[in-house]
Ligand binder design. Structure first.
Ligand code: PLP
Ligand code: ZN
Length: 400
């Protein structure tokens, strides 16, 4: 059993209500479970395969979920990059290995399941790309239509390809992501579509399992979790999951939450650095990491709390630093990610070089999306293949 609760005024809403924000004060909602007498044990979880649904008692879905077998992603020890940075315990949780190639699938399996549970007939979102790819895929699985709004010309090729192929109604808005989100929120409220951006509290319920799986894979709560921050939903979700583990008595440790943004799109970094109570939106965010090109993060209020309450930090990295780390991950660790994902590890590199990290710290970087999401940015960084005549003499010549 759960309730929807406003994080600002504490107003409570019944789970059957279609509501995205508090109707009294307009702040964000969160899902609260009764964890005092949970009716399950850690052993129940451990008896199930590693997957988002291992944690079903603290998820809001009561019926059959709409699932494509999301979660259960690998946790890699980054030995080479770790050695270079003097960090023995540096890990990457590869969320690019979810069904649509990003962690958004964790949010969408729960979100689309909830859409059906609530009797909604059509789902919608605004997206920098991955949310739309994922929603299109889960709507297809559920057999319901999806409407997605994208900032025109600012979405990586692979993501648009997915949204189109899986049959979503794809609309390119001549404006940035923040404007597209305003529009789709208005549309959902007036036309009765179900909104599946990360303002939807159920999406974050799915995403919190990134942290829960990490704890189970590592055998302990890491000292630090590092995430790229766009709309700031994921970092908020992972923190919430950790708080619930604590409330359940399964741990008494919470990781230091560390958010990384691109230098051209860093409203959260600014809010943390300046101690702002309320985040100031950035007008024209720009970065090669299009998944985090967001000036007015919807979940800022939750994310600022997550960072501040854990003694964490938010820092920025340049596009060059992001791309360099994308290449390092690919070539030194065999981990293929899109640019936004490399930001988390680039942020750790920057902190290590500034002497801000303990060499024994157990650090888990969430790498959020797959390399093939943005093939154009990959190709631009690489030398083209060497073309030769079809004979062995030419082959030997180029290898010499
Ligand atoms: C959505 C996304 C992010 C940002 O996550 P938020 O929850 O919006 O902060 C980062 N990386 C990738 C690949 C994404 O798709
Ligand atoms: Zn409220």
């Amino acid at each position: 059993m759960f309730r929807l609760v406003c994080i600002n005024c504490g107003a409570e809403y019944d789970q059957s209500e279609i509501i995205y924000r508090c109707s009294k004060c307009n702040h964000l909602l969160t899902v609260k479970y009764d964890l005092e007498s949970p009716g399950f044990t850690r052993a129940d979880w451990n008896s199930r395969p590693l997957s988002l649904w291992r944690y079903k008692e603290i998820l809001p879905v009561t019926g059959e979920p709409v699932t494509l077998q999301e979660g259960g992603t690998p946790l890699y020890h980054m030995k080479r990059i770790g050695e270079e940075l003097g960090l023995k315990n540096l890990y990457a949780k590869h969320e690019g290995l979810n069904p649509s190639g990003s962690f958004k699938d964790r949010g969408m399996t729960v979100g689309v399941s909830m859409a059906l549970q609530l009797g909604m007939k059509t789902v919608a979102c605004a997206s920098t790309g991955n949310t739309s790819a994922s929603l299109a895929q889960y709507a297809a699985k559920a057999g319901i239509p999806a409407v997605v709004l994208l900032p025109a010309g600012k979405v990586a090729l692979g993501k648009v390809a997915q949204a189109l192929m899986h049959g979503a109604k794809v609309i390119a808005v001549r404006g940035n992501f923040d404007r597209a989100l305003e529009m789709v929120q208005e549309l959902c409220l007036t036309e009765g579509l179900y909104l599946l951006n990360s303002v939807n509290p159920y999406r974050l319920e799915g995403q919190k399992t990134i942290g829960l799986e990490t704890v189970d894979q590592l055998g302990e709560v890491p000292d630090r979790m590092v995430l790229p921050v766009g709309n700031a939903g994921n970092i908020s979700a992972v923190y919430k999951g950790m708080l619930e583990l604590e409330e359940l008595g399964f741990t008494d440790k919470i990781p230091v939450m560390t958010g990384v943004q691109a230098a051209g799109s860093m409203p959260v970094v600014k809010a943390i650095a300046e101690g702002l109570e309320v985040l100031e939106p950035q007008k024209d965010p720009e970065t090669i990491a299009t998944a985090i090109r967001i000036g007015a993060p919807v979940n800022a209020e939750k994310a600022l709390l997550a960072i501040r309450q854990t003694g964490g930090t938010a820092l920025s990295v340049t596009d060059d630093e992001i791309l360099e780390m994308q290449r390092d991950l690919a070539r030194k660790e065999g981990i293929g990610v899109e640019p936004a994902s490399a930001a988390s590890v680039a942020g750790i590199k920057k902190m290590a070089e500034a002497g801000l990290l303990d060499k024994d710290e157990k650090i888990v970087c969430v790498v959020t999306g797959h390399l093939l999401k943005d093939p154009e940015t990959v190709i631009r960084q690489c030398d083209p293949p060497v073309e030769i005549d079809a004979d062995l003499k030419s082959l030997r010549a180029v290898l010499r």
